[in-house]
Ligand binder design. Sequence first.
Ligand SMILES: *Cc1c(COP(=O)(O)O)cnc(C)c1O
Length: 344
Amino acid sequence: MGAAKLTIDLSALAANWQALDAATQVETGAVVKADGYGLGAGTVARTLARAGARRFFVAVAEEGAAVRAALGPGPEISVFSGHMAGDTDILRAHNLTPMLNSVDQMLRHVESLPGHPFGIQLDSGMNRLGMEPAEWVALRDIALEQSPVLIMSHLACADEPDHPMNAQQLRTFREMTDGVDAPRSLAATGGILMGAAYHFDLTRPGIGLYGGLPFEDAQAVVKLEAPVIQVREVEPGETVGYANSWTAQRPSRIATVSAGYADGLIRAMGPRAMAYCGTKPCAVVGRVSMDLITVDVTDLDEVPDALTLLNDQQTVDDLADAAGTIGYEILTSLGQRYKRVVLG
Ligand SMILES: *Cc1c(COP(=O)(O)O)cnc(C)c1O
Protein backbone atom coordinates (compact mmCIF):
# COMPACT_ATOMS: atom_id res chain seq x y z
CA MET A 1 0.00 0.00 0.00
CA GLY A 2 1.77 3.11 -1.21
CA ALA A 3 -0.81 5.74 -0.37
CA ALA A 4 -0.54 7.61 2.92
CA LYS A 5 -3.33 7.06 5.43
CA LEU A 6 -5.50 9.92 6.65
CA THR A 7 -7.48 8.94 9.72
CA ILE A 8 -10.48 11.10 10.57
CA ASP A 9 -11.71 10.70 14.14
CA LEU A 10 -15.43 11.44 14.19
CA SER A 11 -15.65 11.04 17.98
CA ALA A 12 -13.12 13.86 18.34
CA LEU A 13 -15.14 15.96 15.86
CA ALA A 14 -18.33 15.40 17.87
CA ALA A 15 -16.52 16.09 21.14
CA ASN A 16 -15.19 19.39 19.75
CA TRP A 17 -18.72 20.44 18.73
CA GLN A 18 -20.02 19.53 22.17
CA ALA A 19 -17.22 21.44 23.89
CA LEU A 20 -17.90 24.57 21.83
CA ASP A 21 -21.62 24.13 22.45
CA ALA A 22 -20.97 23.90 26.20
CA ALA A 23 -18.94 27.12 26.02
CA THR A 24 -22.08 29.17 25.34
CA GLN A 25 -25.68 29.40 26.52
CA VAL A 26 -26.95 29.67 22.94
CA GLU A 27 -27.52 27.42 19.93
CA THR A 28 -24.42 26.07 18.19
CA GLY A 29 -24.40 25.61 14.42
CA ALA A 30 -21.68 24.03 12.31
CA VAL A 31 -19.76 25.32 9.31
CA VAL A 32 -19.12 22.51 6.81
CA LYS A 33 -18.02 24.53 3.77
CA ALA A 34 -15.15 23.41 1.52
CA ASP A 35 -16.17 19.76 1.88
CA GLY A 36 -16.20 19.96 5.66
CA TYR A 37 -12.81 21.72 5.79
CA GLY A 38 -11.44 18.98 3.56
CA LEU A 39 -12.59 16.07 5.72
CA GLY A 40 -15.76 15.14 3.80
CA ALA A 41 -18.87 17.30 4.19
CA GLY A 42 -21.34 14.42 4.22
CA THR A 43 -19.63 12.40 6.96
CA VAL A 44 -18.86 15.52 8.96
CA ALA A 45 -22.43 16.86 8.74
CA ARG A 46 -24.01 13.54 9.70
CA THR A 47 -21.68 13.24 12.69
CA LEU A 48 -22.45 16.76 13.88
CA ALA A 49 -26.19 16.29 13.37
CA ARG A 50 -25.97 13.24 15.62
CA ALA A 51 -24.03 15.33 18.14
CA GLY A 52 -26.91 17.84 18.15
CA ALA A 53 -26.26 20.46 15.45
CA ARG A 54 -29.40 21.66 13.69
CA ARG A 55 -28.05 24.51 11.58
CA PHE A 56 -25.32 24.02 9.00
CA PHE A 57 -23.47 26.56 6.89
CA VAL A 58 -21.81 26.22 3.49
CA ALA A 59 -20.16 28.70 1.14
CA VAL A 60 -22.11 28.02 -2.06
CA ALA A 61 -25.45 26.44 -2.98
CA GLU A 62 -23.85 23.41 -4.68
CA GLU A 63 -22.17 22.48 -1.41
CA GLY A 64 -25.52 22.86 0.31
CA ALA A 65 -27.09 20.35 -2.07
CA ALA A 66 -24.43 17.77 -1.13
CA VAL A 67 -24.95 18.40 2.58
CA ARG A 68 -28.72 18.11 2.15
CA ALA A 69 -28.25 14.74 0.44
CA ALA A 70 -26.23 13.59 3.47
CA LEU A 71 -28.57 14.99 6.13
CA GLY A 72 -32.00 14.54 4.60
CA PRO A 73 -34.83 16.96 5.40
CA GLY A 74 -34.92 18.76 8.73
CA PRO A 75 -31.68 20.55 9.51
CA GLU A 76 -31.36 24.09 8.21
CA ILE A 77 -28.58 24.53 5.63
CA SER A 78 -27.53 28.13 5.04
CA VAL A 79 -25.48 29.48 2.17
CA PHE A 80 -23.01 32.32 2.91
CA SER A 81 -22.79 33.47 -0.71
CA GLY A 82 -26.52 34.19 -0.62
CA HIS A 83 -28.81 33.95 -3.62
CA MET A 84 -26.68 34.18 -6.76
CA ALA A 85 -28.00 34.25 -10.31
CA GLY A 86 -28.67 30.64 -11.28
CA ASP A 87 -29.14 29.46 -7.67
CA THR A 88 -32.93 29.57 -7.57
CA ASP A 89 -33.60 25.97 -8.62
CA ILE A 90 -30.97 24.48 -6.37
CA LEU A 91 -32.10 26.54 -3.36
CA ARG A 92 -35.68 25.40 -3.91
CA ALA A 93 -34.91 21.77 -4.72
CA HIS A 94 -32.69 21.24 -1.68
CA ASN A 95 -34.44 23.62 0.68
CA LEU A 96 -31.36 25.77 1.27
CA THR A 97 -31.44 29.09 3.10
CA PRO A 98 -29.47 31.86 1.39
CA MET A 99 -27.84 34.53 3.57
CA LEU A 100 -28.68 37.54 1.41
CA ASN A 101 -25.73 39.90 1.01
CA SER A 102 -27.13 42.87 -0.92
CA VAL A 103 -30.25 44.64 -2.10
CA ASP A 104 -29.79 42.91 -5.47
CA GLN A 105 -29.81 39.50 -3.82
CA MET A 106 -32.84 40.46 -1.76
CA LEU A 107 -34.75 41.48 -4.90
CA ARG A 108 -33.71 38.32 -6.72
CA HIS A 109 -34.84 36.24 -3.79
CA VAL A 110 -38.27 37.75 -3.22
CA GLU A 111 -38.99 37.76 -6.95
CA SER A 112 -37.86 34.22 -7.73
CA LEU A 113 -38.62 32.42 -4.47
CA PRO A 114 -41.31 34.36 -2.62
CA GLY A 115 -41.92 32.87 0.83
CA HIS A 116 -38.73 30.77 0.74
CA PRO A 117 -36.71 31.16 3.98
CA PHE A 118 -33.68 33.44 3.94
CA GLY A 119 -31.25 35.12 6.28
CA ILE A 120 -29.36 38.36 6.03
CA GLN A 121 -25.64 38.91 6.17
CA LEU A 122 -24.47 42.32 7.36
CA ASP A 123 -21.06 43.90 6.93
CA SER A 124 -19.93 45.08 10.36
CA GLY A 125 -16.50 46.13 9.09
CA MET A 126 -14.76 43.23 7.38
CA ASN A 127 -15.75 44.51 3.95
CA ARG A 128 -16.06 41.08 2.42
CA LEU A 129 -19.70 39.96 2.42
CA GLY A 130 -22.95 41.48 3.62
CA MET A 131 -25.00 44.63 3.48
CA GLU A 132 -23.31 47.87 4.46
CA PRO A 133 -24.87 49.91 7.27
CA ALA A 134 -26.37 52.46 4.84
CA GLU A 135 -27.80 49.75 2.58
CA TRP A 136 -29.26 48.00 5.61
CA VAL A 137 -30.94 51.17 6.90
CA ALA A 138 -32.74 51.51 3.57
CA LEU A 139 -33.81 47.86 3.44
CA ARG A 140 -34.24 46.99 7.08
CA ASP A 141 -37.99 47.43 7.53
CA ILE A 142 -38.89 45.69 4.27
CA ALA A 143 -36.50 42.82 5.03
CA LEU A 144 -37.73 42.35 8.58
CA GLU A 145 -41.36 42.18 7.41
CA GLN A 146 -40.41 39.01 5.54
CA SER A 147 -39.16 37.35 8.73
CA PRO A 148 -35.53 36.45 8.04
CA VAL A 149 -34.51 33.28 9.87
CA LEU A 150 -31.14 34.76 10.86
CA ILE A 151 -29.23 38.03 10.80
CA MET A 152 -25.50 37.48 10.85
CA SER A 153 -22.13 39.14 10.47
CA HIS A 154 -18.54 37.90 10.62
CA LEU A 155 -15.52 39.01 12.65
CA ALA A 156 -12.27 39.83 10.87
CA CYS A 157 -9.87 39.48 13.83
CA ALA A 158 -11.44 36.94 16.19
CA ASP A 159 -8.24 34.89 16.31
CA GLU A 160 -6.74 37.87 18.19
CA PRO A 161 -9.11 38.44 21.13
CA ASP A 162 -7.46 41.71 22.14
CA HIS A 163 -7.68 43.26 18.70
CA PRO A 164 -9.75 46.47 18.87
CA MET A 165 -11.53 45.43 15.66
CA ASN A 166 -13.55 42.88 17.67
CA ALA A 167 -15.17 45.43 19.96
CA GLN A 168 -15.67 47.78 17.04
CA GLN A 169 -17.48 45.14 14.97
CA LEU A 170 -19.55 44.12 18.00
CA ARG A 171 -20.64 47.74 18.43
CA THR A 172 -21.48 48.10 14.74
CA PHE A 173 -23.42 44.82 14.67
CA ARG A 174 -25.42 45.89 17.71
CA GLU A 175 -26.14 49.30 16.23
CA MET A 176 -27.40 47.59 13.10
CA THR A 177 -29.49 44.92 14.81
CA ASP A 178 -30.46 45.86 18.38
CA GLY A 179 -34.23 45.74 18.67
CA VAL A 180 -34.85 43.38 15.75
CA ASP A 181 -36.84 40.24 16.42
CA ALA A 182 -34.86 37.86 14.23
CA PRO A 183 -32.19 35.58 15.72
CA ARG A 184 -28.67 36.98 15.44
CA SER A 185 -25.23 35.42 14.94
CA LEU A 186 -21.77 36.98 15.03
CA ALA A 187 -19.35 34.37 16.41
CA ALA A 188 -17.36 31.72 14.57
CA THR A 189 -14.81 29.68 16.57
CA GLY A 190 -12.82 32.72 17.69
CA GLY A 191 -15.94 34.67 18.67
CA ILE A 192 -17.19 31.80 20.84
CA LEU A 193 -13.97 31.99 22.85
CA MET A 194 -14.32 35.76 23.34
CA GLY A 195 -17.27 35.46 25.69
CA ALA A 196 -21.00 35.92 25.99
CA ALA A 197 -21.18 39.42 24.48
CA TYR A 198 -20.31 37.86 21.12
CA HIS A 199 -22.67 34.88 21.28
CA PHE A 200 -26.12 36.38 20.46
CA ASP A 201 -28.54 33.55 19.51
CA LEU A 202 -26.44 31.20 17.41
CA THR A 203 -22.73 30.49 16.92
CA ARG A 204 -21.11 29.24 13.71
CA PRO A 205 -17.92 27.32 14.55
CA GLY A 206 -15.83 25.80 11.78
CA ILE A 207 -12.11 25.31 12.41
CA GLY A 208 -12.49 24.47 16.10
CA LEU A 209 -14.66 21.48 15.23
CA TYR A 210 -11.86 20.12 13.07
CA GLY A 211 -9.23 20.49 15.79
CA GLY A 212 -7.72 23.82 14.76
CA LEU A 213 -6.72 27.04 16.51
CA PRO A 214 -7.90 29.30 18.01
CA PHE A 215 -9.70 26.48 19.88
CA GLU A 216 -6.69 25.42 21.95
CA ASP A 217 -8.58 22.70 23.82
CA ALA A 218 -9.72 21.00 20.64
CA GLN A 219 -9.13 17.29 20.25
CA ALA A 220 -7.09 16.29 17.20
CA VAL A 221 -9.44 15.07 14.46
CA VAL A 222 -6.90 14.10 11.79
CA LYS A 223 -3.93 11.80 11.86
CA LEU A 224 -1.71 11.33 8.86
CA GLU A 225 0.68 8.42 8.39
CA ALA A 226 2.93 8.06 5.38
CA PRO A 227 4.45 4.66 4.57
CA VAL A 228 8.21 4.37 4.34
CA ILE A 229 9.03 3.29 0.80
CA GLN A 230 12.80 3.06 1.15
CA VAL A 231 15.58 3.57 3.68
CA ARG A 232 19.14 4.37 2.71
CA GLU A 233 22.48 5.17 4.32
CA VAL A 234 24.02 8.50 3.36
CA GLU A 235 27.66 9.46 3.93
CA PRO A 236 28.76 12.86 5.26
CA GLY A 237 28.91 15.30 2.34
CA GLU A 238 26.20 13.53 0.33
CA THR A 239 23.04 15.49 -0.44
CA VAL A 240 19.35 14.58 -0.38
CA GLY A 241 16.57 15.60 -2.75
CA TYR A 242 15.99 18.35 -5.30
CA ALA A 243 18.42 21.25 -5.45
CA ASN A 244 20.81 19.46 -3.06
CA SER A 245 19.30 21.56 -0.32
CA TRP A 246 20.40 19.24 2.52
CA THR A 247 23.84 17.84 3.06
CA ALA A 248 24.58 15.07 5.55
CA GLN A 249 26.91 16.19 8.34
CA ARG A 250 27.25 12.69 9.78
CA PRO A 251 26.63 9.16 8.56
CA SER A 252 22.85 9.33 8.21
CA ARG A 253 19.91 7.06 7.60
CA ILE A 254 17.26 8.61 5.36
CA ALA A 255 13.70 7.32 5.02
CA THR A 256 11.66 8.24 1.95
CA VAL A 257 7.95 8.40 2.76
CA SER A 258 5.00 8.41 0.41
CA ALA A 259 3.31 11.85 0.62
CA GLY A 260 4.18 15.23 -0.80
CA TYR A 261 2.97 18.62 -1.83
CA ALA A 262 0.39 17.09 -4.16
CA ASP A 263 -1.21 15.76 -0.97
CA GLY A 264 -1.39 19.20 0.62
CA LEU A 265 1.91 18.89 2.49
CA ILE A 266 2.97 22.12 0.99
CA ARG A 267 6.53 22.47 -0.11
CA ALA A 268 7.15 25.57 1.99
CA MET A 269 6.84 23.57 5.23
CA GLY A 270 10.13 21.92 4.24
CA PRO A 271 12.78 21.64 6.90
CA ARG A 272 10.73 23.13 9.74
CA ALA A 273 8.38 20.13 9.77
CA MET A 274 8.90 16.85 11.60
CA ALA A 275 7.84 13.29 10.96
CA TYR A 276 7.08 11.23 14.04
CA CYS A 277 7.89 7.68 14.97
CA GLY A 278 5.51 7.28 17.87
CA THR A 279 6.40 10.27 20.03
CA LYS A 280 9.90 10.64 18.60
CA PRO A 281 10.38 13.54 16.17
CA CYS A 282 12.55 13.05 13.08
CA ALA A 283 13.55 16.01 10.93
CA VAL A 284 12.25 16.40 7.39
CA VAL A 285 15.36 16.93 5.27
CA GLY A 286 15.70 18.12 1.70
CA ARG A 287 12.87 19.50 -0.38
CA VAL A 288 9.33 18.23 -0.04
CA SER A 289 8.59 16.88 -3.51
CA MET A 290 5.29 16.14 -5.22
CA ASP A 291 4.83 12.60 -3.91
CA LEU A 292 7.71 12.08 -1.49
CA ILE A 293 9.27 13.44 1.66
CA THR A 294 12.72 12.50 2.96
CA VAL A 295 13.24 12.17 6.71
CA ASP A 296 16.37 11.81 8.84
CA VAL A 297 15.73 8.64 10.88
CA THR A 298 19.35 8.16 11.99
CA ASP A 299 18.47 8.40 15.68
CA LEU A 300 15.76 5.76 15.60
CA ASP A 301 16.67 2.29 16.84
CA GLU A 302 14.41 0.80 14.22
CA VAL A 303 12.74 2.39 11.19
CA PRO A 304 8.96 1.86 11.35
CA ASP A 305 6.72 0.95 8.39
CA ALA A 306 5.23 4.45 8.42
CA LEU A 307 6.00 7.89 9.85
CA THR A 308 3.34 10.22 11.19
CA LEU A 309 3.00 13.74 9.84
CA LEU A 310 -0.13 14.87 11.68
CA ASN A 311 -1.00 13.81 15.21
CA ASP A 312 -1.40 15.27 18.70
CA GLN A 313 2.21 16.40 18.71
CA GLN A 314 2.29 17.98 15.28
CA THR A 315 -1.11 19.51 14.61
CA VAL A 316 -2.41 21.15 11.46
CA ASP A 317 -1.39 24.45 13.07
CA ASP A 318 2.17 23.26 13.65
CA LEU A 319 2.46 22.24 10.00
CA ALA A 320 0.90 25.55 9.05
CA ASP A 321 3.47 27.46 11.13
CA ALA A 322 6.24 25.52 9.43
CA ALA A 323 4.82 26.49 6.05
CA GLY A 324 3.97 30.11 6.90
CA THR A 325 0.22 29.60 6.60
CA ILE A 326 -2.80 28.76 8.78
CA GLY A 327 -4.30 25.45 9.88
CA TYR A 328 -7.38 26.11 7.72
CA GLU A 329 -5.25 25.99 4.58
CA ILE A 330 -3.46 22.79 5.59
CA LEU A 331 -6.78 21.04 6.30
CA THR A 332 -8.54 22.16 3.15
CA SER A 333 -5.48 21.26 1.05
CA LEU A 334 -5.28 17.63 2.19
CA GLY A 335 -5.70 15.90 -1.12
CA GLN A 336 -7.77 13.10 -2.56
CA ARG A 337 -4.90 10.62 -2.85
CA TYR A 338 -4.96 9.46 0.77
CA LYS A 339 -6.46 6.23 1.90
CA ARG A 340 -9.09 7.77 4.16
CA VAL A 341 -10.06 5.88 7.27
CA VAL A 342 -12.97 7.11 9.35
CA LEU A 343 -13.09 6.25 13.07
CA GLY A 344 -16.09 6.46 15.39
C1 LIG B 1 -15.77 30.13 7.54
C2 LIG B 1 -16.78 30.94 8.28
C3 LIG B 1 -17.14 30.61 9.59
C4 LIG B 1 -16.40 29.59 10.41
O1 LIG B 1 -15.21 30.19 10.86
P1 LIG B 1 -14.12 29.42 11.73
O2 LIG B 1 -13.08 30.44 11.98
O3 LIG B 1 -13.65 28.30 10.89
O4 LIG B 1 -14.80 28.95 12.97
C5 LIG B 1 -18.20 31.30 10.16
N1 LIG B 1 -18.84 32.29 9.48
C6 LIG B 1 -18.48 32.66 8.24
C7 LIG B 1 -19.21 33.76 7.57
C8 LIG B 1 -17.43 32.02 7.60
O5 LIG B 1 -17.07 32.40 6.37
